[in-house]
Design a protein around this ligand. Sequence first.
Ligand code: SF4
Length: 493
Amino acid sequence: MNLSKSKYCNAFQCMKMLWLDTNKKEVRDDINNQSVLDNGTLVGEVAKNLFGPHINIEFNKDLSKMLEDTKKALTNKEAVITEASFSYKNNFCSVDILKKDDEDYEIYEVKSSTSLKDIYIEDLSYQVFVLLKLGYKIRKASLVHINPNYIRKGDLDLKKLFKIEDITSLVISNKDKVEKKILEINNYMENKEEPKEDIGLHCIKPYDCPFFKYCTRNLPSNNVFKISGMRSSQKFDLYKKNIYSYEDLLKSDINKKYKQQIEFELFNKEPFIDTKKIQEFLNTLTYPLYFLDFETYEQLVPEYDMIKPFMKIPFQYSLHFLEFDGAKLEHREFLASVNSDPRREIALSLVKNIPKDVCTLAYNMSFEKSVIKNLANLFPDLSEHLMNIHDNMKDLMVPFMKREYYTKDMQGSYSIKYVLPSLFPNEPSLDYHNLDLVHNGSEAMDFYQALKDLKGREYDKVKERLLRYCELDTYAMVKIYEKLKEECLVNNH
Ligand code: SF4
């Protein structure tokens, strides 16, 4: 079988994953997020400059062309080659960065994560195996990953953005292990029949497997993997003990909140609404009442000063507010212009639109609070006002998180994406599916980034869709708030 780094790593996680990917691709789920992919690609591109000028071997579907180009670059004694490609007996690999040092070589594998994972060691071991077999002397083999503590100040400092971990002796000592594994993979892939591999923690570690839905297709539709909030290790433990149907789980020794989810769904139970507790929560809110929601993106390679990898950068918010009980609902919104740092603009807009000392509601406020706190740290002149908004924030999620309001359709979750349709099942204006183009946070992130390349009507259209998506987030919060009030009113009479 023709192997590559990624195929080898897939097989390392689960042989069946590679078998299905080769023989039954149509049952694979698309679980990739575009902005995660884009960030990963950018990290790879930026890291190519880690050792200065270099020659890049362009990707070509015809791998022999890449091998040929690599050979030429090596003959020309290029000091740094990126994507240098090699093949030993059908085992192909492209090395992210290859550095020549006298007659020896250094190889670097770039990862867009902030720490080392065991699978990265396997990845590099495979490459080292291929190169050693071809007779190259490897002086150094290292993993390059993102330094999460790097804060950009001025020009991008690649030496600080990336951390280099030398694992030469470890990967060289893995040589025989890799050879054995390749043999094992080749034998396994001879299977004409679909192999019978049971599911386990390897289905989610190190990566979520895109065949999980397929491999669990024969389980009852209500099964342990649908239980919200339960640790994956506990789910797989129960599965291994053959306790996976809702009926069996109910008889088992699991936390009562999981049993509550099961009972509600299995017995079609009526909603549970503790109006006394909800009223206590509502009593903590005061008018004027603001409803706030941010959209953010993350950059692994910080584009602007004072940005760390993975920091949440706000680019948009929606704000509804009620001046007093029964007042007309008002709305403000903000979408940052593209191609510049959005943070100053958004901070100024926030302090303009949210007065000091008002109660601001967010859904899962830890997120909104962390965004505001970062802005306050960044802009001392706005800090007092921003921290006032931060300190007066309340969380609309609380009654649902505490299950003071619970319905079977929430399926154990208190995320607004479950809570909203369960409270308003027949309300098209509150259904995210009815939105055009942008239906969730990750799409908002992708389309905001896409704005950079759009002009004219296309730009206006995407901008409008982004605004409508975010508006629904806070409008939904208003409706949820009203629903809580309504329930209390009805039940207290
Ligand atoms: S779902 Fe699990 S068992 Fe099935 S292919 Fe993926 S990793 Fe293997």
